[in-house]
Design a protein around this ligand. Structure first.
Ligand SMILES: [Zn+2]
Length: 163
């Protein structure tokens, strides 16, 4: 993975250029922070990370940039409850989220059967499925340890991020 610690273009910056967005120095820093964040940060958290790299960046600039990237299909807004919009790059691909309602922890997973079922339902209604999302709000079972996974289940765990 290309990180951008020595002036190389970050993934998100590259996507901005492809869409013809003007890249100022501050936008470039925010794009880099987004490229390196895989934990669904909210705007406040993005601001903290961007300001650590360039103290001239204001929270208003982060809001404007995130909005611009969202409008251009580079970022996707997620709602995991708690009243904060959270963001991840569109190119992270199709996956679902499970939110632990007690800790706020986010588990990413995929499930091929679920996606196939949704495509079937959509086709039965005379449509072609363009996109879909699934957010499960759940409470951890008392006996299930965090690392335990059932290899026979079709659910594939992608990753976990802290709130
Ligand atoms: Zn995600």
């Amino acid at each position: 993975m290309a990180t951008d610690s020595n002036g190389l273009q970050s993934r998100i910056e590259r996507m901005c250029m492809e869409r013809g967005l003007k890249m100022t120095g501050q936008r470039r820093v925010i794009a880099r922070v987004l490229s390196e964040s895989h934990d669904h940060p909210d705007v406040e958290e993005l601001y903290r990370r961007a300001a650590a790299l360039d103290e001239r960046i204001s929270v208003a600039t982060v809001y404007r940039t995130v909005r611009l990237l969202e409008e251009n299909g580079i970022l996707e807004r997620r709602d995991f409850g708690g009243g904060r919009a959270r963001y991840e790059a569109t190119e992270e691909g199709d996956h679902y989220h499970l939110i632990d309602v007690e800790s706020g922890q986010v588990v990413e997973f995929t499930h091929a059967e679920h996606a196939a079922l949704l495509r079937r339902i959509t086709a039965e209604l005379g449509f072609d499925l363009v996109s879909h999302r699934l957010e499960l709000f759940a409470r951890r079972l008392p006996d299930v340890s965090q690392d335990q996974t059932d290899q026979t289940a079709p659910t594939e765990r992608k990753g976990t991020s802290r709130p």
